[in-house]
Ligand binder design. Structure first.
Ligand SMILES: Cc1cc2nc3c(=O)[nH]c(=O)nc-3n(C[C@H](O)[C@H](O)[C@H](O)COP(=O)(O)OP(=O)(O)OC[C@H]3O[C@@H](n4cnc5c(N)ncnc54)[C@H](O)[C@@H]3O)c2cc1C
Length: 369
């Protein structure tokens, strides 16, 4: 049932909404999360390099110390003695969030309800929902973005179990570049959980998705190339993630936007989990201390670098595979991985910058924003 009056209304109980809600619920804040789904399913896996603690560490399903990228000059093998590429399954993540919220006396997660219009009032906000009006002093909008980005990461993946042991469970294959089916940069991503079990994903960094049929045919081709024998599809996932500097959804002034609609996806990769955790920490702290929430997760220099990088892969997508290969081949250990996870440390940024071929980047940097 909907509590009519709360301190904080969180619209959308996905990754970002729940990440914030668990922090606020654990701190005893009064809140209500509104989520249209009637029940959660194990609908995705979030993978990332862990660079900081977060409340979902016990939901990690697998960890890897080695990862590869295969570009035009061959395979680049990287790894780390302490940094791990990890995968969090959505099912345990949703379970954990629901249990923290259920244990907090002033926090509610209301499933099966959509949030609509948000109006400013003298004391705060009113949110229209399918189940009536909710009043709140603060509103956090964590709904899926309604705006279509001009450039994005599009993918279709299947977690499969194979008859033959065809995967190396010790190494993630982050990018295996392929002849482009989209108008951008296309590659295959393989996340191996066991010799006979992996998530295989076909991905485009492109202005638009090449379409479901193209993706499905391509994915089947890639899976067949493993020569896996009889294959069982355990789960399918797809996505369209914004890759746009300053991407944010339509929102009212004064409403705090988080998640993909609040610029949480890293513009140069589309990946968001670690940034969503950082954003949840920042917003929880700001709400606790009564500060303004920082407008962006990135400083001007990071935005500049992301813009230049995107400019290069958008204008000369054919060079994308060589650029990514060059990054993974030349960047010092851990620096690139930390940068891709959202680090804004100057040494990480500088290491990444100096690992890139200079000419296309200089040209892109000279094009006005
Ligand atoms: C299949 C998939 C795999 C991904 N894998 C990775 C990965 O490996 N690593 C990584 O870093 N990132 C990954 N991402 C990107 C990103 O981390 C996820 O998209 C993440 O779930 C974004 O969190 P979010 O809260 O912004 O959006 P969501 O988790 O999608 O949550 C948005 C919520 O808003 C709700 N909503 C919609 N309309 C309304 C409404 N009217 N009222 C109330 N609620 C509403 C939705 O039901 C949903 O629960 C992946 C994305 C997808 C789709």
């Amino acid at each position: 049932m909907l509590r009519p009056d709360v301190e904080i209304a969180i619209l959308g109980g996905g990754c970002a909404g729940l990440s914030l809600a668990v922090r606020l619920a654990a701190a005893g804040r009064s809140l209500c999360v509104i989520e249209p789904r009637v029940r959660y399913t194990d609908d995705r896996a979030w993978s990332f390099w862990r660079t900081a603690p977060d409340p979902f560490e016990d939901c990690v399903r697998a960890s890897w110390a080695g990862w590869d990228v295969t570009g035009p000059r061959g395979r680049v093998a990287r790894g780390s003695s302490h940094l791990r590429y990890q995968s969090v399954a959505a099912g345990p993540f949703y379970d954990r969030a629901q249990s923290v919220i259920a244990d907090a006396p002033s926090a509610d997660l209301v499933l099966g309800i959509s949030a609509g219009e948000v109006r400013k009032t003298a004391n705060g906000w009113q949110v229209e929902t399918d189940a009536g009006t909710l009043s709140a002093r603060q509103v956090v909008d964590a709904r899926s973005p309604r705006r279509t980005p001009g450039y994005g990461q599009f993918f279709l993946g299947r977690e499969i179990r194979t008859a033959r042991p065809v995967f190396d469970p010790a190494r993630v294959h982050l990018m295996q570049f392929r002849k482009a089916r989209s108008r951008g940069v296309d590659f295959v991503y393989t996340l191996p959980f066991a010799p006979d079990r992996a998530l295989v994903e076909v991905t485009s960094f492109a202005p638009e998705s090449p379409g479901r049929d193209v993706f499905a045919a391509w994915l089947e081709e890639e899976i067949a190339a493993f020569d896996p024998g009889d294959t069982e599809v355990l789960r399918e996932e797809r996505g369209a993630l914004p890759m746009e500097v300053g991407f944010s959804d339509f929102r009212r002034d004064g409403v705090i936007a988080i998640g993909l609609g609040g610029g949480a996806a890293r513009p140069s990769t589309g990946y968001a989990f670690t940034r969503i955790q950082r954003q949840a920490d920042l917003v929880a702290r700001a709400l606790d201390q009564g500060h303004d929430v920082p407008a962006s997760l990135d400083g001007p220099f990071s935005r500049f670098m992301d813009r230049v990088f995107l400019q290069v892969i958008q204008t000369v997508p054919d060079r994308g595979p060589a650029l990514f290969e060059s990054l993974f081949r030349n960047a010092p250990p851990d620096r690139l991985e930390r940068f891709l996870s959202g680090s804004t440390h100057p040494v990480d940024r500088l290491s990444v910058m100096t690992s890139l071929p200079t000419l296309p980047f200089l040209r892109a940097a000279l094009v006005p924003a």
